[in-house]
Design a protein around this ligand. Structure first.
Ligand SMILES: [Zn+2]
Ligand SMILES: [Zn+2]
Length: 767
C-alpha cells in the first residue's frame, strides 16, 4: 500500500512525496523522466552497463523498477545509460558504497523478458560481456543517458463516409484507381500510397479538402489485399507447408534457383501471418535492402506498418523505427543483420533471405551470426522460420539433409520464358595467358562488345593467399598435420600452414606425378584493366571495388551509368555478384576461379560456387540466355562440374563429404581466439603465454584440439598485426568450456599486456 502524502505541479514538472512499504521518497517528474531521492528504505537493482566487464552493477532506487527499464547512473565520474537486469536483489557489496540510480526513463516501455533472454543467450554463446552485448543490440539513441522522445504518431488516411459514397476514378486512370481501391480496403500511409502512385501526396491533399479523406493514427495491422501474382505449383506447395506449421517452431530451408520467385513465396506466407494479427521479422543482406525492394513490400502490404532497420539508416530514424517495433506500432520489420535484435511481441514468422550471405555475420564487437540468432528467436517465439537461398550455406544444407530443417525446393524459374544461363568451362591448361586472359576469352569479349552486349570480368579474390599446385595432375598441398591447405610464401621460399604453423621448403616436384613444373596461383590479375583497354579500344571499362563504391550513392551512380548504357565492361570482385540485375549484361568471364580450390580458407569453394551461381543468374534475360565462361586448369573438378550443371545439391553434397572427411565445420565446432598488437611477435607471444600457462594445471576438455598461434591470413589490419589460436571440438559443449577457460586467462593477462587487444570469435567465418 502506498499513500501520496504531498503532490505539487507546475506546467512543466510534477513532484510527489510518497510513503509505502519501502519508506518515504520524493519523486520529481519532468518531461517523461522521473528523478527520485530516497528518504528511507532502498531496493537494489542489478544493471547492465556498456563496459567491457563481465559483471552487472548494483545500484539503489527507492522502489522496484521493472526489469528491462532504461536508466541513467553515475559511473566513473560520468553519467551513463544502463538497463535494469534484475530488481530487488541482495546487496553484494557494502551497501554504503551502492549509489542511487540517477534517472529512470519510465515513459519508455521496458525491454521485455524475451528480448532479455535473447541477449543473455547471445552474450553467453559468443562469450561477450552482457552489458556490451545489450548496448550493441540497441540503436544509438537508446545507448545514451538521455530520454528518447517516443516516435511521432504516424498518420494514415481513410475514406470518410462522403469519400466512400464517391464513384471510383475512371478505369483509364490506372494508378489513381489502384490508389482508390487500396483505400477501400483500409487505412493507407502516405509512403504506401506513394508506392502505388507517385502523385498520391497531391491527390490526398485534394481529396482531404473535398472531405473524402480523414487522417488517423496508423494502425499496425490492416487488410492484406490479394496478390496479383499467381504462384506456380512449387511455390504454392512451399507456402502451404510453412503456413501449415504456423503456431509452433518449425525451421524451413527454401532452396530456390535464381529467378524461381522465392520472394513471392515469402510474401504469400507473410500475408497469412499478418492477416492473423501476428508480426513478421524479415532479414536480408544490406545490399539487397534497396528502395525497389521496400517499394515492393509496400505495394504488397499497403495497410501494414513497416519498420526498416539497417546500419546505413540515420541514427535518429533507426531509433524511431526500433521504438515503433518495440511498442507494437509496426507489424512488419524489414532489416539487415542488426534487425535480429528488434524487440517484437507476437512474432509469428521469421524470414532470412539469401541466408548464405556473409553479411549476416558481424565481424567486430559482438561477433554474432544473425541467421543463427534468428533461428533461436523463432524457437523462442514458437513460430516458423524460412531460410531462403539459391545456394544455401553448407551449415543449413547439412541440417536440411539430416532432417533438422525441412527442405522446400523451387526448381523452376517463375517466368517460363526465362532461360537459365549457359555455363562453359574453358580449359586453360598449358595455355599462355595474357595477364590472366586466354585468347578465347579475349575474343569472346571483343565479339560481345562489337555486338553491343555488356560484359563482366569477375576476379575471384576469395582466399587470395597464394598457393602452389600441380598443373598436370591437379595435386594441391595440404598440411600433413591438420586439414588446412598450405599457403605459399615466395620470399621465405616456404609453404606454411596458417592453421597449425607447420612449415616446409617449397617442393620442386609433384609428389603425385613427378611433374617438375609446379604452378603458383593467386597472382596475375593486377593488370586486368590495362589488358582490357588494349584489347577493347573504345569500350567503356569500369572497375568496381571497395574504394569506388564506398558510399551508397556510388552504387546508385554506377547503376545509372549502367542503365544509360554507358558501361561496356565491368571489372570487379565478389561485390558484383550481389545486388542489381543489369539488363544488357550477357557475358560473364571468370578469370582465376582455381584459387578458391587451393585456398587455405576451407570456405572458399563454397563462396566461389555461390558467387558464380549468383553472377550467372544476372547474365542474360528472358529472350536471350546469358553466357558464363569460367577459365580453369581443373575442368574436371567436382566444383566446376557441379557449376557447369548448375546443380547446387551435387556441389553441396560433394563438398560436405569432403568437409566430413577432414573434420571441418559443420562436422566440428570451431572458435578463434585472436590477439592483435603493433607487431606480430607481440600478438603471438601473448597467445603463447596463455598456452604455456595451460601446462600449469589448466586443462582443456579432452575433445578440444588447439592449433596455433598463427598469423591470420589477413595478418595486418589498420596498422596492427593479428594472430590467432583455433579451438576445435566435435562437441559444442566442450568447445564452450574450453573457450571459457581461455577467457579467464585472457582476462588475467590483459592487465599486464596493455598493447594487446583480444577477441573471441565463435563459429568464425574469417580465417
Ligand atoms: Zn602432379
Ligand atoms: Zn597445419
Amino acid at each position: 500500500m502506498s499513500a501520496i502524502l504531498w503532490a505539487w505541479a507546475i506546467p512543466t514538472a510534477k513532484a510527489a512525496i510518497i510513503a509505502d512499504g519501502h519508506g518515504l521518497r520524493a519523486t520529481v517528474y519532468n518531461g517523461g523522466v522521473s528523478t527520485t531521492k530516497a528518504c528511507g528504505t532502498v531496493i537494489y537493482h542489478q544493471l547492465a552497463l556498456n563496459v567491457p566487464l563481465d559483471t552487472l552493477f548494483t545500484y539503489a532506487h527507492p522502489h522496484r523498477l521493472p526489469e528491462g527499464t532504461r536508466v541513467a547512473v553515475p559511473f566513473r565520474g560520468k553519467t551513463v545509460a544502463a538497463l535494469v537486469w534484475a530488481a530487488d536483489v541482495a546487496a553484494e557489496i557494502d551497501s554504503a558504497k551502492i549509489r542511487p540510480i540517477a534517472q529512470v526513463f519510465d515513459h519508455e516501455p521496458p525491454l521485455d523478458a524475451d528480448w532479455r533472454a535473447l541477449l543473455q543467450f547471445a552474450a553467453r554463446y559468443y562469450h561477450y560481456p552482457l552489458g556490451q552485448a545489450v548496448f550493441a543490440a540497441l540503436p544509438q539513441g537508446l545507448r545514451e543517458a538521455r530520454p528518447v522522445a517516443p516516435p511521432p504518431v504516424a498518420q494514415s488516411f481513410v475514406l470518410s463516409a462522403t469519400g466512400l459514397a464517391q464513384a471510383a476514378p475512371k478505369a483509364h486512370h490506372r494508378k489513381q484507381l489502384a490508389l482508390w481501391q487500396a483505400l477501400q480496403q483500409g487505412a493507407l500511409s502516405l509512403s504506401a500510397a506513394k508506392a502505388l502512385h507517385t502523385q498520391a501526396p497531391s491527390l490526398f491533399k485534394q481529396w482531404q479538402e473535398q472531405g473524402w479523406l480523414n487522417a488517423i493514427a496508423s494502425p499496425a495491422h490492416g487488410a492484406v489485399p490479394p496478390s496479383p501474382h499467381v504462384l506456380n505449383e512449387e511455390q504454392q506447395a512451399a507456402s502451404q507447408a510453412v503456413q501449415a506449421a504456423c503456431g509452433g517452431f518449425a525451421p524451413f530451408l527454401l532452396h530456390g534457383i535464381t529467378g524461381s520467385g522465392k520472394t513471392e513465396v515469402y510474401f504469400d506466407i507473410m500475408a497469412k501471418v499478418l492477416a492473423a494479427g501476428q508480426r513478421v521479422l524479415f532479414l536480408l543482406p544490406e545490399i539487397n535492402l534497396t528502395p525497389q525492394l521496400l517499394a515492393r513490400v509496400q505495394q504488397r502490404f499497403p495497410h501494414t506498418r513497416t519498420a526498416v532497420l539497417h546500419s546505413q539508416a540515420a541514427a535518429g530514424a533507426r531509433t524511431q523505427d526500433y521504438l515503433r517495433a518495440q511498442s507494437g506500432q509496426a507489424a512488419l520489420v524489414v532489416g539487415t543483420r542488426l534487425a535480429v535484435f528488434t524487440p517484437l511481441r507476437q512474432l509469428g514468422l521469421v524470414v532470412v533471405d539469401e541466408e548464405h550471405d556473409s553479411s549476416f555475420k558481424q565481424d567486430s564487437d559482438l561477433r554474432y551470426q544473425a541467421r543463427d540468432l534468428a533461428v533461436w528467436r523463432a524457437q523462442q517465439a514458437a513460430c516458423p522460420i524460412v531460410l531462403g537461398s539459391a545456394t544455401p550455406s553448407l551449415e543449413s544444407w547439412h541440417k536440411a539433409r539430416h532432417g533438422d530443417y525441412r527442405l522446400l525446393s523451387l526448381s523452376q524459374r517463375a517466368h517460363h520464358a526465362a532461360a537459365l544461363p549457359q555455363i562453359v568451362l574453358a580449359d586453360v591448361r598449358r595455355q599462355k595467358l595474357d595477364n590472366g586472359f586466354s585468347a578465347q576469352a579475349l575474343a569472346l569479349l571483343q565479339q560481345n562488345h562489337a555486338q553491343g552486349g555488356m560484359s563482366m570480368v569477375y576476379l575471384n579474390r576469395r582466399g587470395f593467399a597464394p598457393a602452389l599446385f600441380c598443373g598436370d595432375c591437379g595435386h594441391t598441398f595440404g598440411c600433413p598435420h591438420c586439414s588446412a591447405k598450405m599457403v605459399l610464401h615466395q620470399q621465405a621460399r616456404q609453404l606454411r600452414c596458417h592453421h597449425c604453423d607447420f612449415r616446409q621448403p617449397i617442393p620442386r616436384i609433384c609428389p603425385d606425378c613427378g611433374n617438375q613444373d609446379l604452378t603458383a596461383v593467386g597472382h596475375g590479375t593486377q593488370r586486368v584493366e590495362e589488358t582490357l583497354r588494349q584489347a577493347l579500344p573504345g569500350a567503356a571499362v569500369v572497375r568496381v571495388d571497395r574504394d569506388s563504391t564506398a558510399r551508397k550513392q556510388d552504387w546508385a551512380q554506377l547503376y545509372e551509368r549502367i542503365d544509360a548504357g554507358a558501361v561496356d565492361v565491368l571489372v570487379g570482385t565478389q561485390m558484383l555478384a550481389k545486388g542489381h540485375d543489369f539488363a544488357r549484361l550477357n557475358l560473364v568471364l571468370v578469370l582465376n576461379a582455381d584459387g578458391s580450390l587451393y585456398s587455405a580458407d576451407f570456405r572458399a569453394p563454397e563462396r566461389l560456387f555461390a558467387e558464380l551461381m549468383q553472377v550467372a543468374g544476372r547474365a542474360g534475360r528472358a529472350d536471350a540466355p546469358g553466357r558464363v565462361l569460367v577459365q580453369t586448369q581443373l575442368p574436371d573438378h567436382a566444383v566446376f562440374q557441379a557449376l557447369k550443371a548448375q546443380d547446387y545439391p551435387r556441389f553441396a553434397d560433394a563438398e560436405l563429404a569432403a568437409r566430413q572427411s577432414l573434420g571441418l565445420p559443420p562436422f566440428a565446432f570451431v572458435a578463434a581466439i585472436r590477439a592483435d598488437a603493433p607487431s606480430m611477435s607481440e600478438a603471438v607471444a601473448f597467445l603463447s603465454l596463455i598456452i604455456d600457462e595451460q601446462a600449469n594445471g589448466f586443462r582443456l576438455p579432452e575433445t578440444v584440439s588447439q592449433f596455433g598461434p598463427v598469423p591470420m591470413l589477413m595478418a595486418r589490419l589498420a596498422g596492427r598485426e593479428r594472430a590467432q589460436v583455433f579451438l576445435e571440438s566435435t562437441r559444442r559443449r566442450d568447445l564452450h568450456h574450453g573457450i571459457g577457460l581461455w577467457r579467464q586467462l585472457l582476462r588475467h593477462f590483459e592487465t599486464t599486456h596493455r598493447t594487446i587487444r583480444w577477441s573471441i570469435d565463435v563459429d568464425p567465418t574469417d580465417i
